[in-house]
Design a protein around this ligand. Structure first.
Ligand code: ASP
Length: 329
């Protein structure tokens, strides 16, 4: 590995991210030679276990780290029982499923993302193709859909009988909450951060966003640096929760920038959530959870409060575990 120039990395950070990092002591530059013994996968929620299982199979049979992240996330996108991601995800206020996803290769420092994608059940794979087949980073809406068709993705109805029923129930409720007023909370994201144990990082995330959102609303999940970020020189991060809140803090790149200053992944996760509360005390009530891993395979995670407490899945040394993360407030 090249020696890490963390100061160069910090120079490239946004002002907000640098601000979040300012309270931490800088760590002297060091090599990022991995001390872990191989692949490590850190994934949000319990369904991350299935995603990790598939990702590890892909990697161990010769796929790249990015292949592993993409194919692992596909498992959750394909599962109709998971109503917050991919096929079977809850639709927008008009009853249309709109998907958001992003994937980032920490080695090439390249991300691809799609937002408001309709009728394609694997947005993470379309996002991957944005990296591989274009010079763009983000494709949205109709353009993303036509791009996917051009590459051979098959269009399909993404509503299932169960998700359609939930939307009809919501629509029929005269007292239903909408995003013009206060959020009806029903959302999650599959986010995965991965290292190959040799200092390479990749990360991805995919969501159907907030249930019954205003059509056209974009999740933090498809905004590079917000829902996901990866850099071989430091590590990677991903976020789940209220993207309308977290986007304002560029959560994932902020966490990576705090790690670049020498914080552990755990310290960095906690620092960004505390920064959110320092700047606005009501963020204490926010639904926010984050995961992070550095280029040595050390992990961290945190949830803002017990109302949205993260469970996360770890795959390491051939074993898969599910944990519940710490709550800050
Ligand atoms: N962050 C996603 C969004 O805002 C949802 C979630 O992860 O819970 O749409």
């Amino acid at each position: 590995m090249e020696p890490v120039d963390r100061r160069e990395f910090m120079k490239s950070m946004t002002g907000g991210a640098a601000l979040a990092a300012a309270s931490l002591p800088a760590r002297a530059a060091s090599t990022s030679e991995s001390s872990s013994s191989g692949l490590v996968l850190l994934t949000t929620w319990e369904w991350g276990q299935n995603a990790n299982e598939r990702a590890s199979q892909v990697f161990q049979s010769g796929g790249s780290l990015l292949d592993a992240v993409e194919k692992g996330i596909n498992v959750v996108e394909d599962d109709p029982k998971i109503m917050t991601v991919g096929y079977g995800g809850l639709p927008n206020a008009d009853g249309v499923v709109e998907l958001d996803a992003a994937i980032m290769d920490g080695t090439r420092h390249r991300a691809g993302s799609v937002c408001n994608l309709h009728m394609i059940k694997n947005p993470i794979s379309v996002a991957r193709q944005v990296i591989e087949k274009t010079s763009h980073t983000t494709l949205a809406g109709e353009g993303a859909f036509l791009f996917a068709l051009k590459l051979g993705f098959q269009p399909q109805q993404l509503l299932t009988p169960a998700s359609l029923q939930k939307w009809m129930d919501w629509k029929a409720d005269p007292h239903r909450q909408t995003f013009w007023l206060k959020s009806p909370a029903n959302h999650d994201t599959i986010g995965m951060v991965a290292t190959d144990g040799k200092g390479h990082m990749a990360a991805g995330c995919s969501t159907s966003g907030l249930a019954f959102k205003i059509p056209g609303r974009v999740a933090d999940s498809s905004l590079v640096g917000c829902g996901v970020y990866a850099d071989d020189n430091v590590g990677g991060a991903s976020a789940t929760g209220d993207g309308d809140l977290m986007t304002n803090y560029c959560t994932s790149v902020s966490i990576v920038s705090v790690m670049a200053r020498g914080a552990s992944p755990q310290e960095a996760c906690e620092e960004i959530l505390r920064h959110m509360v320092r700047t606005d005390a009501k963020n204490r009530e926010g639904q926010c959870a984050v995961i992070a891993m550095n280029d040595r395979g050390e992990m961290g995670n945190a949830s803002m409060n017990a109302g949205f407490r993260l469970r996360y899945s770890v795959w390491q040394n051939g074993t898969s575990e599910l944990h519940e993360g710490p709550v800050l407030y």
